[in-house]
Design a protein around this ligand. Structure first.
Ligand code: DGL
Length: 263
C-alpha cells in the first residue's frame, strides 16, 4: 500500500537543501518536508547547551505534526552536538550530517585537509574523533565561519556577493601554517555546498570539495529500502519557525518545495 509519510529534513536555515537535493535525485517519489529553524538561526554562534535543548524539543513537535518515516538532521552543528539527544528522545529513525572527513582523507594526495564549518562545529569533540579515526596521520586544519553561512543564505535569496568575501573566509584556512598544501576541503556545514562554485573560484589554487550530502542520500535509500512511496509525490513543504522570507520562494521551488508553512 502507498505510504505517504514524508522524509523530514531539518536545519537552522536553507543549508539542508544541499542534503535534500541528492536525496530527491535518488528517491524522486519521496514526499519531502524541509524545516528551517529560522527563529533559532544561526546555530553556529550558539552554545552547546542551547542547541542540545532546542533541537530535540523542536524535532519532537515536528515529528508529531508531520509523522515522518525518517528524520534527517541536515545540519552539522546540530548533529555533532545533539544527535544522541534526538535519538534518545524520538522513536523515529534519525540520520545525522557530520563532517565528511573520511571521504576527504581518501581523496587527498597532499594529506593536508581543510575543514570548513561553523564556529560551533569545528570545536566539537565529534570532529576530534572523526579526525583520529579517519585522518590520524594527516594535517587537518579547521576554520569556523559565521560569515559564510550568511553568504549562503543571501545566495539563495538571489543576492550576488563580492568574491572578496569568499577570499576572506578561505584565508582562515589557507592562511594557517601548512594551508598552502590543502588539496581537499570538507564543507562541514550544509550551507557551504550551496556556494561551492563561489568558494572554488576564490581558492588560491584548485582544490576538491567534499560534503556529506551524497552519502546521506545513499544511506536514506538504504534505510527505506522495501518501503512504498506514493505514485506521484505531493508538493514538497518548506516549514519555517519564523515568518518566511518571500525572497526564498524561487529557490525553494527549484528544490520542489512549493508549499510554505510556519510552525
Ligand atoms: N547549516 C548548519 C550546519 O551544517 C548551520 C548553520 C548555522 O546556523 O550557523 O552546521
Amino acid at each position: 500500500m502507498a505510504d505517504d509519510r514524508p522524509l523530514l529534513f531539518f536545519d537552522s536555515g536553507v543549508g539542508g537543501l544541499s542534503v535534500l537535493a541528492p536525496t530527491r535525485a535518488l528517491l524522486p517519489s519521496a514526499p519531502l518536508v524541509y524545516v528551517a529553524d529560522s527563529a533559532g538561526f544561526p546555530y553556529g554562534t550558539r552554545s552547546e547547551d542551547e542547541i542540545a535543548a532546542r533541537v530535540p524539543a523542536l524535532l519532537g513537535r515536528l515529528a508529531e505534526r508531520y509523522r515522518p518515516r525518517l528524520i534527517v538532521i541536515a545540519c552539522n552543528t546540530a548533529s555533532t552536538i545533539a544527535l544522541g539527544h534526538v535519538r534518545a528522545a524520538l522513536d523515529v529513525p534519525i540520520v545525522g550530517t557530520v563532517p565528511a572527513i573520511k571521504p576527504a582523507a581518501l581523496l587527498s594526495q597532499s594529506r593536508v585537509i581543510g575543514v570548513l564549518g561553523t564556529r560551533a562545529t569545528v570545536r566539537q569533540p565529534y570532529v576530534d574523533d572523526l579526525t583520529a579515526r579517519f585522518a590520524a596521520d594527516y594535517t587537518v586544519l579547521r576554520h569556523g565561519s559565521a560569515d559564510l553561512v550568511e553568504l549562503a543564505e543571501a545566495r539563495l535569496r538571489g543576492d550576488l556577493t563580492d568574491p572578496a568575501h569568499y577570499r576572506a573566509v578561505l584565508d582562515g584556512l589557507f592562511g594557517q601554517s601548512g594551508g598552502e598544501r590543502i588539496d581537499v576541503i570538507v564543507n562541514a556545514c550544509t550551507h557551504f555546498p550551496l556556494v561551492e562554485a563561489e568558494l572554488a573560484a576564490a581558492a588560491p589554487h584548485p582544490v576538491a570539495f567534499v560534503d556529506g550530502g551524497p552519502g546521506i542520500a545513499r544511506r536514506i535509500a538504504y534505510l527505506s529500502r522495501g518501503q512504498e512511496w506514493p505514485g506521484t509525490p505531493p508538493a514538497g513543504i518548506a516549514v519555517f519557525t519564523a515568518t518566511p522570507d518571500p525572497a526564498l520562494r524561487p529557490a525553494l521551488a527549484r528544490y520542489g518545495l512549493t508549499q510554505i508553512e510556519t510552525l
